[in-house]
Write a protein that binds this ligand. Sequence first.
Ligand code: 5GP
Ligand code: MN
Length: 349
Amino acid sequence: MKNIFKSESVGQFRKMLEDSDKIVLTAHMRPDGDALGSTLGLWHLLKALGKSPSVVIPDRPPRSLSFMPGVKEIAVFTRHDPYCSRLVGEADLIIMCDFNTASRQGDLAPLIQGAQCRKVLIDHHREPDIDCDLVFSYPEMSSTCELVFRLIAACGLFSEVDNASATCLLTGLITDTQNFTVNCNNPEVYEIMMRLLEKEVDKKKIIDEAIKSCSYDSLRLNSFAILERLEIFERHRCALITLSKEDLEKFSYQKGDTEGLVNQPLNIRGVVYSVFLREDSDCIKVSSRSKHDFPVCDICRDLYGGGGHIMAAGGEFYGTLEECRRILIESMDNYDRYLPAKLEKLELK
Ligand code: 5GP
Ligand code: MN
């Protein structure tokens, strides 16, 4: 496997680990498999190295990830603010995983950013904008878990990775690549999977739990969204799903229930990008995916102050669902220039 790191950065990272004991690992709001996989993967490794690590995150993990080893030990800021504040206050190192800007941590951001200890960022989003002592930013990685694996290997610590750590890392690799369907053209991704499987990880269990498990209500909500709330903007090759608070309540929505929904319209031949707007209690959550390098991150940045990857991005909108939808529809013309020159026929029938 190619070494992607500068040797002095790896040396610095190793030294930081050696010099620290209380290490806080943290990730972004609405944590996904990669956010939890990278932090928990490192948490298990650091425990094996005799350190006193903790994982501190802004809000609760979704039910689909409750199988991940160590998830019950996570300190969740919305639930245990004083405990999280104490852990961060006492930390001698903070490792931030899977986000590139402080606002992705919501109300936890001031605590993490205000901490006086040393900080490291390990992330695969473009253009990181966080003040830290050491940055590992590699947007070409499939996932932060891939990057964490490479860093562990570069530090010569792979032998310390146990089954629990490997399970967490493989979870992030599987979820961020949508079970090896996107962002996984690099053959080394499969070498990393192989190395993790050698730790006797139960891959089927990860897929069954993280991808293939949902409630009856959630299946109905997703079916309803496709049947009743999907619009196709033919000229722009855009699919848009809009779910209101009432829609969500009708199907007893729980966090994580619409995970993966935004990908579904991309299955329609000829659709280039898909946007999903969900009316959450605090904001409208925007989620988008695309094909052919169509930059949905620009749409999320320009219209909703968000960002992400070229073909998977998100943002938040503070206003009504209708406004959020209207802004997108009115702006679609501006992004037509990014559509591929040779378009497939849109198959609506
Ligand atoms: P998802 O659609 O799964 O919520 O997010 C897809 C990707 O978009 C994430 O990996 C992250 O990079 C980015 N993203 C999602 N929500 C936000 C947001 O509110 N702000 C920013 N800057 N990026 C986001
Ligand atoms: Mn990620």
